[in-house]
Design a protein around this ligand. Sequence first.
Ligand code: FAD
Length: 317
Amino acid sequence: MKVTDHIKKANGNTLFSFEIIPPVKGRSIQELYNNIDPLMEFEPPFIDVTTSREEYVYIDRDGLLDKKLTRMRPGTVGICASIKHKYDVDTVPHVLCGGFTKEETEYLLVDCHYLGIDNVMALRGDAMKEEKYFEPTKGGHPYAIDLIRQIQNLNCGEYLHEVVETDHCADFCIGAAGYPEKHLEAPSLKTDLKRLKEKVDAGADYVVTQMFFDNKKYFEFVKQARAIGIDVPIIPGIKPIAVKRHLQLLPPIFRIDLPQDLIDAVEVCKDNKAVRIVGIEWAIEQSKELKAAGVPVLHYYSMGKSDNIKAIAEAVF
Ligand code: FAD
């Protein structure tokens, strides 16, 4: 079932959902299940599975370093199929421009269609670790909007290289990313919102936001989005702070600000166990306020750990 249909069916009640990361290759999917199991009591209608783009690894060959391109966390679509089957829940694979040709994207989408996956999150992806700026993959898309157009074409039965199969159209519900504190490369929030509107006009059915720690930023973002005609659901993304180093890591990676009260509360913590409690309490307060404001879904970035998300869900749902 589509994310947008889950929202309609909820009839104004706020839903709970979360996002997981595939394990590093070679590890067991059981690790994921162990973290999903405790969250199923909160009845998530859908679970997102991220996609990591390729990266360079260096292999020591008798003192000479061999540079190889590899994907450390493959398996997004397989994991989606397996979770869907095991828990009878909808899954949302993240589909990236970066690292994929249009043909590879088409094959991935065909797999999703065969597997009965109804939703995809269409993203550009970040620059590779070695790159300063995002470089489109040869034969791939430069922006998320181009990926959204490809998915929409499939929804109309139009495949690459002029193959048309209008009797067997896909019907993907498409998610797109939004940034309450603007995307790091965007010259201004206004321009970024214009780009978001273009993604929605191209076929994005709903938006999930980048993490934010100050609800005012989300409310203002939604207000500005509505003012320029973005009328699809805007789902807030919540991440609980879990370690002290997040104070330094999160702002430059995601170009977000942290509220001073949160920084102060984390700084006085003696260890990361105490930080985790502060992170949970902050996310509970954020979630309660967002729920009271009637957001359609509270979407948690679990980063593969469920204990803190469970504690938040217990307090909010
Ligand atoms: P776009 O919408 O293409 O925007 C990228 C930048 O280009 C923005 O600054 C935008 O303003 C600008 N822009 C857009 N269109 C145009 C245009 N036509 N001309 C000029 N400028 C333009 N990353 C992963 O690698 N894997 C994941 O699984 C993943 N999941 C995510 C989930 C969510 C909810 C969010 C918010 C982000 C996620 N990301 C993920 C990160 C995302 O890939 C990065 O933030 C990336 O840098 C931008 O992706 P986008 O889809 O927003 O890109």
